[in-house]
Design a protein around this ligand. Structure first.
Ligand code: BG6
Length: 503
């Protein structure tokens, strides 16, 4: 059988990945498939183990059956291979542990007898953040925390600055900061890392990457899905906490940061932190003028009818949680002062699509007659997903005689066409970075807290204004106020090549 799409990689050191929340959606949908794919690529050393942990009373064979089904369901058919699946399942073990009591911890400790300092010891907490502290304490009590052990925390880290600080302090009492890997899976996406390459492996853009040449930046992260059975979590969170405080702000950081001195260790995180600390806080007035919250009503997405947010399972009647946010922020420093960053994200939008648009300023003076057509300013569009690409929109002369006619046309770097290989899922990269001991693409404590400090100004503003989300029909680009937010400034959301949806 041939496997054309995977790129072989040398094995990393052997590991023991203990996954708390092992029967949960994240573990089954993302973590196990990612580990299988890395195993398939040859990166998982012999003797590596994955120990799933949860409260459910399963035996290892029952867990393996679950894992088998999950891998078959979530990995592309041409990447499934019977022999490799069998080998992968053999690496799996299961222990039933109650994170909130002493039950099961000695069984878990038993699994590490005789492992010593050999395999890299990693604890992945794919659980509610309220369990991060208690699990760390119990790991310590069970004697499982060695100086080289690592802990991975899945977002969200808290729901505001205070709770994030409390979690960071609890985890920090057991693990040193260098042992803590806070995941933001957007940082593991190929095109997000490509932003570093675009900016710092090319000399073309950096001289223009500032307020003198850039008119504004847009970041859109649109999803077609609703709350997908996560109603309880989502209703306590909302789009600002679920997406903006972490994924979108990380994108702002990568677009906005200064050049790090290298990719090593702390350099990238130091630069991202400076951006977060330069975000202009929003006063109550700014929150009214610069943010829009929305909540989806029933409608149709990708051809199918979908219910309103309020009718999704687990959502209380009259919920005031937002499923859409649009906002305008400013990075208050020399490079970016006066350049608005427009961000929007939402569920039940017309397409699943994430992109960053860098809109350059118009030319200072036109030498062309009016008949040449409208001169549009250059745009650089980084499409993160799907159809990963970087497109630079330039003005060009339409071919043919009959005078000068100008039209905007893109230089298009499509990653699929250029590189041909498959794009690893973000989790594949990040899970292996933990094994490597490379924290560059993880969030440091001060970063998480700085992001909350800024996001909290918006949460407080909404609260004091008793702001209620504006309704939008599922399958549209959010409430009309989100369009007004950018159009008031004489700009428009970039929606070429996207499905149109009337309001
Ligand atoms: C998660 C959010 O962090 O990111 C989800 O909790 C969201 O609500 C998801 O759907 C989006 O990730 P991706 O990789 O599908 O863009």
């Amino acid at each position: 059988m041939s496997h054309p799409r995977i790129v072989a990689a040398p094995p990393l050191p052997a590991f023991d990945y203990t996954v708390f929340g092992g029967t949960g959606d994240l573990a089954l949908r993302k973590l196990l498939p990612a580990l299988y794919l890395r195993d398939r690529a040859g990166q998982v050393a012999a003797g590596s183990r994955i120990i799933a942990v949860s409260r459910s009373a399963l035996d290892p064979a029952e867990y393996r059956a679950k894992a088998d089904a999950a891998v078959r369901r979530h990995v592309a058919a041409d990447e499934l291979d019977e022999e490799l699946i069998a080998r992968f399942l053999e690496r799996l073990d299961y222990v039933s542990v109650d994170a909130t009591s002493s039950e099961g911890w000695s069984d878990l400790a038993g699994r590490f007898e005789g492992r010593g300092d050999g395999p890299v010891r990693i604890f992945y907490l794919a659980t509610s953040p309220s369990l991060f502290g208690p699990i760390c304490d119990r790991l310590k009590g069970a004697g499982l925390v060695t100086p080289a052990a690592r802990v991975v925390l899945e977002k969200p880290i808290g729901r505001d600055l205070d709770s994030a600080r409390a979690i960071n302090a609890q985890v920090g009492a057991v693990f040193a900061e260098s042992q803590i890997y806070r995941i933001d899976h957007y940082l593991g996406k190929e095109t997000v890392q490509n932003l570093l390459a675009l900016r710092f492996a090319n000399s073309l853009f950096e001289p223009l990457w500032n307020a003198n040449h850039i008119d504004h930046v847009q970041i859109t992260v649109a999803e077609t899905v609703g709350v997908e059975g996560r109603g309880d979590y989502y209703d306590h969170s909302g789009a600002l906490r679920d997406m903006v405080q972490n994924h979108l702000l990380q994108l702002v950081c990568l677009v906005g940061m200064e050049s790090p001195v290298s990719l090593a260790q702390e350099a990238v995180r130091d630069e991202k932190l400076k951006v977060l600390r330069s975000l202009k806080p929003m006063g109550v007035e700014d929150v009214g003028a610069c943010t829009v919250r929305g909540q989806y009503r029933a409608g149709a997405v990708t051809g199918g009818a979908v219910p309103a947010y309020a009718d999704e399972p687990g959502i209380p009647a009259g919920s005031g949680t937002e499923t859409f946010v649009a906002l305008k922020l400013e990075i208050a420093n020399w490079r970016w002062a006066g350049v608005p960053f427009y961000l929007r994200t939402g569920k039940r939008l017309p397409a699943k699509m994430s992109e960053i648009v860098i809109q350059f300023r118009p030319i200072p003076h036109s030498i062309f007659p009016q008949s040449a057509g409208e001169l549009q300013a250059n745009r650089l569009i980084v499409r993160l997903q799907p159809d990963e690409s970087i497109r630079l929109h330039l003005m060009a002369k339409e071919p043919g005689p009959g005078g000068m006619r100008l039209r905007q046309a893109p230089l298009n770097l499509s990653f699929a066409e250029t590189f041909g290989s498959r794009f690893p899922d973000a989790y594949e990269r990040l899970l292996m970075d933990v094994v490597r001991g490379n924290p560059t693409l993880f969030m440091r404590r001060d970063e998480v807290e700085a992001a909350w400090a800024w996001a909290e100004t918006i949460l407080e503003g909404w609260k004091s204004r008793r702001d209620q989300p504006k309704p939008y029909i599922s399958g549209t680009w959010g409430p009309s106020q989100a369009i007004a937010l950018i159009e008031r400034d004489g700009r428009t959301w970039h929606e070429d090549e996207l499905p149109n949806a009337a309001f």
